[in-house]
Design a protein around this ligand. Structure first.
Ligand SMILES: NC(=O)c1ccc[n+]([C@@H]2O[C@H](COP(=O)([O-])OP(=O)(O)OC[C@H]3O[C@@H](n4cnc5c(N)ncnc54)[C@H](OP(=O)(O)O)[C@@H]3O)[C@@H](O)[C@H]2O)c1
Length: 256
């Protein structure tokens, strides 16, 4: 176990995809992982897999869109694990819908999970980490946080909101020694992206993404963005005129 590997970690959205791969990778590196999500059977299978290979893992079922439950998961994790060195707020919903088919209930649901449900676990961890005088707060946002794309207005908006929140959190917490990292993946092969009908350039496996994130988290950087060419490309879109971005975006989304 590297000195920089956290001993205790809570991961939300650990039942599949990137969160699951992060749980396995961090446990392999020696952390005791508290895995959380809504699907109990998947969490139980994950913990069995980790313990069978000699690691330490426990789970708590929680829907992060319930703010009281999301905050309680953090407090229970600290009680059960004895400390909380890292919280990875990763749970999220994807999905693309043309503006003409957006409905209020599913828009509200995505905001509840991707914004409130992402922010609350990190906020709830702050008093614990201030008491410990150390801790790493990690949010899984997206490279899609920079500009909107056709059919993704709500998802893009939630990730922009989350990244902005993480930046402000870091400004407030820098002097305290609590670090804040904004993880910004490009395309990663998970249940979320399996539904995409468009081409996904530079698609990474969840395992590769987890390895890279865990390696870089050892230095607690402000941002972990990958793959590098997608980071450059999405950063360049900040300077792209609207007409060009919307034309390229429509082509990527299959001219919907
Ligand atoms: N895959 C990509 O290309 C990509 C790119 C950029 C960013 N991301 C971000 O990476 C994160 C993980 O996504 P993924 O790609 O790994 O997708 P995924 O396999 O669908 O995983 C999503 C996770 O979030 C959990 N979740 C969803 N709603 C929840 C809720 N209300 N309460 C608690 N947990 C909930 C799911 O568990 P349950 O269903 O069991 O609750 C699942 O564990 C998301 O924040 C996503 O936006 C993904």
């Amino acid at each position: 176990m590297s000195e920089r590997t956290p001993k205790t970690v809570l991961i939300t959205g650990a039942s599949s995809g990137i969160g699951r791969a992060l749980a396995i990778e961090l446990a392999r590196r020696g952390a005791h992982v508290m895995a959380s999500a809504r699907r109990e059977a998947e969490l139980r299978a994950l913990c069995d897999e980790i313990t069978a290979s000699g690691g330490k893992a426990s789970f708590i079922v929680c829907d992060v869109s319930d703010p009281d439950a999301a905050a309680e998961v953090v407090r229970k994790s600290e009680r059960d694990l004895g400390s909380l060195d890292m919280v990875i707020s990763n749970a999220g919903l994807g999905g693309s819908t043309h503006a003409s088919r957006l409905d209020v209930a599913s828009v509200a649901r995505m905001i509840d999970v991707n914004v409130r449900g992402a922010i609350v676990p990190l906020i709830a961890a702050i008093p614990i980490m201030l008491g410990q005088k150390h801790g790493q707060l990690v949010g899984v946002s997206s490279l899609a946080n920079k500009r909107a794309l056709p059919t993704s207005s709500v998802y893009n908006a939630t990730k922009a909101a989350f990244s902005t929140f993480l930046e402000g959190l870091r400004m407030d917490l820098d002097p305290s020694g609590i670090t804040v990292t904004d993880v910004q993946p490009g395309f990663v092969a998970t249940d979320m992206t399996a539904r995409n009908k468009f081409k996904m350039p530079l698609l990474w496996s969840a395992e590769k993404a987890a390895r890279v994130v865990c390696d870089r988290l050892e230095r607690a950087p402000r941002i972990i963005a990958f793959p590098r060419p997608m980071d450059w490309l999405t950063s360049a879109t900040r300077f792209m005129p609207y007409w060009l971005l919307s034309r390229l975006g429509r082509r990527l989304a299959g001219n919907r």
